[in-house]
Design a protein around this ligand. Structure first.
Ligand SMILES: [Zn+2]
Length: 366
């Protein structure tokens, strides 16, 4: 990245933080990490007050800011064993970056929508329904890049061990979720309408599928044609049996072996497990800027309605800046699409220019 671009980004970030800066709760019990080149170039930093934190941020203007999910007596001591661990928030990290058809490597609306959908399912299905957390204990923020961070906080959660957190993330990601299906010789028994948790979810999904699937739906699950034809022909009878917990279908072992893992994958939430169980983890400060995108890691009270490509924009849509494209660019932002050909120079809103500069796909044209 050229120096003029770095200086511009730094100047804009400083301006942003002079007006918008927030810190996690219990600031004096947190370890902080900052990045100017990488995501965390410097850690084990602590602050005794918000004023001290703000002074540091305005003086050094980091591109990335992280804080410890843990609370410590001495957050600046090292190694971590000397910090005096006092418990930690429970955090889940969802990131989606898939090489699908039409994927946009700059900011991908399709991947972002998928990440949001997974975050909503994590909250509604697993955190609230299965684990029994209440909505006010759950805080969500955009990660600033490809997904969402979900923070859960209460006194009890602080005490959860690394092993307990690992078990929770295994559960959410569907590990062992298919083990309920029991084989007795050639016949199978499975959950019923009164089952709970994962079993209930799989039961519902299976029933929904059996009630309406046609040959091409079966093909998507890579199920042999003759098995599919048998199921379609005997649909009603099979569904009645399923509801009683008798999960017998033609060539059962083959069918469930191909079908169940894909059902589980569809229901599971793909989380970055180490973020949840690593108690010394640092995670992005909510509402801080992400130096690789210029977007705000915005806290959102209404995830359903949240659109990161509009709501996480931290810079002006009214000021225009001229940039020179370093490659072919298509950027969806602020409900518009900005197209630039490699080598093209164009005046675009500051908000869009900041994304392109931070992504290093364009340079300032002064
Ligand atoms: Zn994508």
């Amino acid at each position: 990245m050229e120096n003029k671009d770095k200086e511009h980004i730094s100047e804009k970030f400083r301006e942003y933080y002079s007006k918008n800066l927030s810190a996690p709760n219990a600031i004096n019990e947190r370890e902080f990490g900052f990045g100017w080149e990488g995501k965390i170039d410097y850690r084990h930093k602590s602050f005794s007050s918000f004023q001290e934190f703000k002074a540091f941020v305005l003086e050094t203007v980091p591109l990335y800011m992280s804080y410890s999910i843990a609370y410590y007596d001495f957050p600046d001591r090292r190694p971590v064993e000397k910090k005096g661990y006092k418990g930690a928030e429970l955090v889940f990290d969802i990131d989606v970056n898939e090489e699908h058809e039409g994927h946009n490597p700059i900011l991908c609306p399709v991947c972002l929508a998928k990440a949001k959908n997974m975050a909503l399912r994590l909250i509604e299905e697993f955190l609230i329904k299965d684990f029994g957390f209440s909505r006010r204990e759950i805080n969500v923020n955009f990660s600033g890049s490809k997904g969402y961070h979900i923070h859960v906080e209460n006194e009890k959660i602080r005490e959860l061990s690394k092993e307990q957190r690992a078990l929770m993330s295994d559960y959410i990601s569907g590990k062992g979720a298919g083990d309920f299906l029991l084989q007795h010789g050639k016949s199978f028994s499975g959950p019923t309408a009164t089952s709970k948790g994962w079993k209930k979810r799989i039961f519902n999904e299976v029933l929904k599928f059996f009630s309406s699937a046609n040959l091409s739906d079966f093909r998507k699950y890579k199920i042999q044609k003759k098995i599919a034809e048998y199921i379609i022909e005997n649909r009603q009878k099979i569904m009645e049996n399923l509801k009683r917990g008798e999960w017998d279908v033609f060539k059962g072992a083959k069918f469930w072996g191909a079908y169940l893992p894909l059902v589980i994958k569809k229901i599971a939430v793909d989380i970055d497990k180490p973020v949840t169980f690593d108690l010394s983890r640092l995670i992005r400060v909510p509402n801080s800027l992400h130096g690789g995108s210029s977007l705000v890691a915005r806290i959102t009270a209404n995830l359903d309605e949240f659109d990161p490509l509009v709501d996480a924009v931290g810079f002006s849509s009214g000021n225009f800046i001229k940039v020179h494209a370093l490659k072919n660019i298509s950027l969806s932002l602020l409900n518009r699409t900005f197209e630039l050909k490699k080598g093209e120079e164009k005046s675009i809103p500051e908000a869009a220019a900041m994304v392109l500069l931070c992504k290093n796909v364009a340079t300032l044209k002064l």
